[in-house]
Ligand binder design. Structure first.
Ligand code: SF4
Ligand code: SF4
Length: 339
């Protein structure tokens, strides 16, 4: 900053002759000017006479966005999820080794989850270098602007995760341009982390109400899951799929109705068996043989009528007719022998 100097009083003692006490008076005038000017508050640094003191703590100078004091951890205002994934990069880079992280684990599977169950920073030994904030790939750890941390209690400067947590909105208020630069990437990475976090893992500990609500939400989802997973009733079966009992019953009823319309007696109460084309051919052959036998025996029983072309659906009726004709032919032959 360019600070212009005020007027410089040059005391040239070689030129002319100073009267007795003149130097003293001029010196006192300088002191007087400065003392009188101290009652005047300067607006900027270009004014040399006056006070430059900021009336702290009533007044504070605005801090630049890049100001750094102590590191804090961010969490999302909306979801309550922390941006930290417990990747240990900040812990590794910290020169005085004051960061201590415990990675979260899935309570069911025991696998690592992208979140930190505990995150401790020893503020009393942190040197505000900002390395941790620079190296964090998830923009989770940021340098705070709060500098009034003096205390006589050293232990209270060991900050845990609950004390380090700050909402993103807070950081966006103190460093809007810096946050705008990384916001898109940080939020995208956070969504990826949330997908891999079971239960309430990764939620900011300060948001107890949100955690409770989240637990209730998960419980409701778990209760609704079996109902959603139940098979849909009366779903049409695929041609090659195995028939369910309901489908079998429906098919049987349909066949019975078809037979009743044709005037044919309903088949015995057993699972409908559809004859293959080979069986239909055999049934047709048996009917022809039975008719020929009845003819030869000269029986009165009417020969079985041979259907010209049997569709697969009539194969069973043809088979029955063939059996009947064969029985009739047998009877006729027996009668002929006895005569
Ligand atoms: S600011 Fe520096 S010293 Fe402090 S926690 Fe981060 S890396 Fe460590
Ligand atoms: S604060 Fe950042 S660097 Fe440190 S563990 Fe969390 S995600 Fe990793």
């Amino acid at each position: 900053m360019d600070i212009p100097r005020g007027n410089i009083i040059v005391m040239d003692r070689r030129r002319g002759k100073l009267r007795v006490g003149q130097g003293l008076i001029q010196g006192l005038k300088v002191v007087w000017d400065h003392w009188a000017g101290s009652f005047h508050k300067n607006e900027n640094f270009s004014q040399i006479h006056g006070t430059f003191t900021v009336e702290y703590p009533d007044e504070r100078l605005p801090l630049p966005q890049t100001y750094r004091n102590m590191p804090v951890l961010l969490y999302d205002d909306e979801s309550g999820h922390e941006l930290c994934t417990g990747c240990y990069q900040c812990q590794r880079i910290c020169p005085p080794q004051v960061i201590h992280i415990t990675q979260a684990k899935d309570p069911v599977t025991g696998k690592m989850v992208p979140a930190a169950t505990e995150f401790i920073i020893e503020y009393d030994a942190c040197m505000s270098c900002g390395f941790c904030a620079e190296v964090c790939p998830f923009d989770s750890i940021k340098m705070d602007h709060v500098y009034e941390l003096s205390t006589a209690d050293r232990v209270s400067l060991t900050m845990r995760k609950a004390q380090l947590n700050r909402p993103i909105s807070y950081y966006a208020s103190i460093a809007p341009d810096l946050w705008a630069e990384v916001q898109a990437g940080a939020m995208k990475k956070l969504q990826g982390s949330i997908k891999r976090r079971p239960d309430v893992i990764g939620l900011a500990a300060v948001l107890t109400e949100k955690i409770k609500a989240r637990r209730l939400e998960l419980a409701a989802a778990a209760a609704a899951a079996p109902a959603a997973a139940a098979p849909a009733p009366a779903a049409p079966a695929a041609p090659a799929a195995k028939l369910t009992p309901e489908e079998k019953a429906a098919k049987l009823a349909a066949m019975k109705a078809t037979n009743a319309n044709k005037g044919v007696a309903a088949p015995p109460a057993k699972a409908p068996v559809e004859l293959s084309p080979a069986d239909a051919k055999a049934a047709k052959l048996a009917a022809i043989k039975a008719a020929n036998a009845a003819k030869q025996a000269g029986a009165a029983a009417p020969p079985a009528e041979v259907p010209a072309e049997l569709p697969p659906t009539d194969a069973k009726a043809a088979k029955l007719a063939a059996i009947k004709a064969a029985n009739a032919a047998k009877k006729a032959a027996e009668q002929g022998n006895s005569e």
